[in-house]
Write a protein that binds this ligand. Structure first.
Ligand code: ADP
Ligand code: MG
Length: 698
């Protein structure tokens, strides 16, 4: 265990401190300017940074470097080059140029492009993102980069995220200026993603093809004990898990990830990790890296970290909470209600912009959380429903009501507004976080989007939120821009009132898991896009194409390509699951069923020979049941196989996705139930793979 945590923290990142000590002063200043304001980086600066970076990396044991990027696969990608460069007479030096730092040219042909890139043009470009610090992992210098096609189209998740941060900053600064705030020149989004995960024993994992190929169990009779006792949540950590978490923290701290909170979750073998928040771009990179390091450290501890959204049927799945707020370059959190009237107005305008954004683009928020894995969670009893609504809490809801009814300048019974001073009540943070069923909850000084699946990149929800809020702010700006300063307060009041009337339908403080809410949401005209194939077509809806193109986040071609990729990922995932199920049934499970039935029959036959009058009705029933399961599973497997073939041959991806959802998943569910019933009858020693008992309670 490391003793000097402050020295350990960030010891493997090319931090500001390292930059300052290693770079000439003018070069350091130029780089800071690029990082803070996004200005263009000159080649001489890049060269200087490259030299410093290489020197530092080599000092810290690195021999290679890689441009690290986030293609549309859901994973990160890297291609390693060594620093070695021949210097004549069979000798080498360690070399790294500004050009190599700034730009890479990986072969892009094996990454999904959704038809964006013509096949003859395989080149892709990676471009250094100086706003996210480089780090060392496995003796390699990792340089965070954006990934584009030859003609500049985004092929990754970082590029549009960076674009959305720019768009939001531009609109937010405009609005702040209008409200009389002249000190702000940049607004950033801050993100704190809370990450859930499962740990299982590596030896057990290796015996289950479904975990290996799909990340989730496709069968498994429930253990006698599940999560009903709720004794795991915040419970005492097992020594093995505790050792893992300590090790994990240290690995994360080394690369500058401020892992802060860790605890057991509701389900057995489930845990959570939360970092201290950071700017969106850095936090997104950190979350990707966290997921990688979680898996790596688990392996070292003879465990496997499962990031799938629903590894076990009947047990809570894993999600990711995306905490989101806005911070000015002078350090003010714009979603903090504050204690002065000026801050209050600012707060209310930005709060309203978020409400408007989420109401108008709820479908895009839903898409940001979509995926085959998360479909098993959304709408289930541990996860928010697929309906996107906002929880504000009683106090804030009362404030908005009073504005709507023109009582803002007066007193409200729940809200202590000083007449004339219109100071917002001081929110007690705990008061705002009582509702765990809301997909989008205001939690005191930030919003928490709770729909995300545990394995997803948080780039998507943030790029949607940033863009939608940028659009809302721009509309507010346009409405207010011709107002004289002395009339501003009144104009803002009118603007807020109008916005509340149009968008209060998205606010819901009740129980999001209830049936009544589904009915009520329908009446209110909110989207309820239950599954991935239900929501994805909204990606290319005209209003959404308009939003992304207007703010230069994604071109129409980029949107269509992403839509195709998402559909394709969904279809591929379900086909792999179905094929795995077919294989497990045919090669592993059915032989077990038949072997056990055979053994019972054989034993019964010898009993009969020995004791001709013995009552063998129980054996007979058991063998009949097993034989019934055997034939049902055989028949179902054949049907599933046919359905897989049909799905694989479909050209239209939306049609294929809908078919996968209705046909493949339906058949798989039926097979799961039958297999689980049979599993309950067969002794553990004759089962082909470890059971839920063993996986969850070992
Ligand atoms: P809770 O337990 O109520 O969900 P926490 O204070 O534990 O809230 O924070 C949860 C996550 O939210 C942490 O990752 C934290 O860093 C993050 N967070 C806190 N403040 C902000 C903020 N202003 N912007 C973004 N994320 C934030
Ligand atoms: Mg939380």
């Amino acid at each position: 265990m490391c003793k000097d945590i402050p020295a350990l923290f960030g010891s493997l990142i090319f931090s500001d401190k390292v930059m300052r000590s290693k770079l000439p002063k003018d070069m350091y200043k130029a780089l800071r300017k690029t990082i803070e304001n996004g200005t263009h980086l000159e080649l001489d600066v890049a060269n200087s940074v490259a030299v410093a970076m290489k020197e530092w990396a080599v000092e810290n044991g690195a021999t290679h470097y890689t441009h690290w990027f986030q293609p549309m696969t859901g994973f990160t990608a890297e291609k390693h080059d060594s620093f070695i460069s021949p210097s004549g007479e069979g000798e080498v030096i360690m070399d790294f140029s500004g050009k190599e730092l700034v730009k890479g040219e990986p072969d892009a042909s094996s990454f999904p492009s959704g038809g964006l890139r013509a096949t003859f043009e395989a080149r892709g470009y990676t471009a250094w993102d100086p706003t996210s610090p480089a780090f060392i992992k496995d003796k390699t210098l990792y340089i965070p980069t954006a990934f584009c096609s030859y003609s500049g189209e985004a092929l990754d998740k970082k590029t549009p995220l960076l674009r959305s941060m720019e768009a939001l900053s531009t609109q937010a600064v405009k609005v702040l200026k209008l409200l009389g705030n002249d000190t702000v020149s940049r607004v950033n989004t801050t993100i704190g993603p809370e990450q859930e995960y499962f740990l299982v024993d590596k030896d057990l994992y290796k015996q289950r093809k479904d975990l290996i190929f799909c990340g989730r169990t496709l069968f498994g009779a429930s253990a006698p004990k599940g999560q009903e006792m709720e004794d795991h949540y915040f419970g005492v950590l097992k020594p093995k898990v505790s050792a893992y978490m300590h090790d994990l923290d240290e690995e994360l701290w080394k690369v500058g990830i401020p892992a802060k909170t860790k605890h057991n979750e509701v389900a057995p073998a489930q845990h959570e990790l939360a970092p201290v928040f950071d700017t969106a771009n850095v936090a997104v990179d950190h979350n990707q890296l966290t997921m990688e390091i979680m898996k790596k450290v688990a392996d070292k501890h003879n465990m496997v970290c499962l990031l799938h959204e629903k590894p076990f049927e009947g047990i809570n799945g894993s999600g990711k909470h995306n905490n989101w707020s806005l911070i000015t370059n002078d350090g003010v959190n714009l979603l903090n209600p504050g204690s002065t009237p000026a801050q209050n107005i600012q707060f209310l305008v930005f709060l309203m912009a978020v409400i408007k954004a989420v109401d108008e683009y709820a479908d895009l928020m839903r898409i940001a959380a979509a995926g085959a894995g998360n479909d098993h969670r959304l709408g289930g009893n541990e996860a928010p429903p697929a309906i996107v609504s906002i929880f504000l809490g009683d106090e804030l809801t009362a404030v908005l009501e009073s504005i709507e009814k023109d009582e803002y300048f007066g007193k409200h019974e729940n809200v202590q507004l000083d007449t004339g001073a219109h100071v917002l009540p001081h929110f007690v943070k705990d008061n705002t976080d009582r509702n765990r069923t809301s997909p989008f909850a205001f939690t005191g000084n930030k919003f928490e989007f709770r729909m995300m699946g545990s394995s997803a990149s948080v780039a998507n929800p943030n790029l949607v939120l940033n863009t939608a809020v940028a659009e809302a702010l721009e509309q507010f700006y346009d409405e207010l821009k011709d107002t004289k300063p002395e009339d501003m307060e009144k104009a803002v009041h009118e603007l807020l009132k109008k916005a509340i009337l149009s968008h209060k339908k998205v606010i819901f403080n009740g129980n999001g898991y209830s049936e009544e809410w589904v009915e009520e949401a329908k009446k209110r005209g909110l989207y309820n896009l239950v599954s991935t194939p239900d929501c994805l077509p909204q990606f290319i809806a005209p209003k959404n194409v308009e939003l992304f193109t207007k703010h230069h986040i994604l071109t129409k071609e980029e949107i269509y390509s992403r839509y195709e990729i998402l559909l394709e990922n969904y279809v591929k995932t379900i086909i792999i699951e179905a094929k795995t199920m077919v294989e497990m049934l045919t090669k592993d499970f059915l032989p077990s069923v038949s072997a056990y039935a055979g053994e019972i029959s054989k034993n019964a036959a010898s009993t009969k020979a020995f004791l001709p009058d013995a009552d063998l009705s129980a054996e007979e029933t058991l063998v009949k049941t097993l034989a019934g399961a055997y034939s049902a599973l055989t028949e179902g497997t054949a049907q599933l196989k046919d359905a897989v073939e049909k799905a694989s041959s479909m050209e239209d991806m939306l049609e294929a996705a809908q078919f996968c959802r209705s046909e493949l998943l339906g058949k798989m569910e039926a097979l799961r139930l039958t297999a689980n019933q049979a599993e309950e009858l067969i002794p553990d020693s004759m089962l082909p793979y470890p059971t839920y008992d063993q996986l969850l309670f070992s």
